[in-house]
Write a protein that binds this ligand. Structure first.
Ligand code: T46
Length: 139
């Protein structure tokens, strides 16, 4: 785990089993990622110049991994904003509750794998930035 000085965010160094036949990385619930895994999804075929995200979650925990290609994640805990470029399949960005995130600068062929602690629930989203700022001190 590598701290990035932002509330509820850090880098997870995923294990790599190196092999002349190709490398292998595994992810285990409550171990490699600090939560039970309820859902995975992935973003792909993202057109150049497109931005995704633009919201925070009230309770959801997620880990983002660039399985292929690269993209930037702008994370903001209400006090501090940082840009993390994800471009390695053995590097996970943990994002906990109440962190505003925006994903941009997807390279051609980028694939963003997301591992999530809960099933999809629209009521867990805060999609309005002013509402996020009004609530960011409460978590
Ligand atoms: C996040 C970033 C990294 C579902 O039906 N099931 C799902 O599991 C998800 C994630 C989304 N959806 C539906 C909801 C919307 O109608 O798919 C549509 C697009 O979702 P959204 O605009 O939220 O997608 P992104 O890429 O902006 O954000 C997603 C996640 O929602 C979010 O939690 O952190 O990826």
């Amino acid at each position: 785990m590598t701290s990035i000085a932002l509330k509820n965010c850090w880098i997870i160094d995923l294990p790599v089993i190196r092999d002349p036949r190709g490398n292998l990385t595994s992810i285990e619930a409550n171990n490699t990622v600090p939560f039970p895994i309820s859902r995975t999804y992935y973003l792909y075929d993202v057109p150049a110049g497109t931005e995704r995200g633009g919201h925070a979650h009230k309770t959801l925990q997620q880990v983002l991994i660039a399985l292929s290609g690269s993209f930037d994640v702008i994370i903001n805990d209400g006090q501090t904003e940082k840009k993390e470029t994800l471009n390695r399949p053995y590097c996970g960005l943990y994002i906990g509750p109440m962190v505003w995130r925006e994903l941009k600068n997807f390279s051609s062929g980028a694939v963003c794998l997301v591992i999530a602690s809960k099933h999809y629930a629209e009521e867990d989203y805060i999609r309005n930035y002013n509402q996020f700022r009004a609530n960011d001190g409460k978590n």
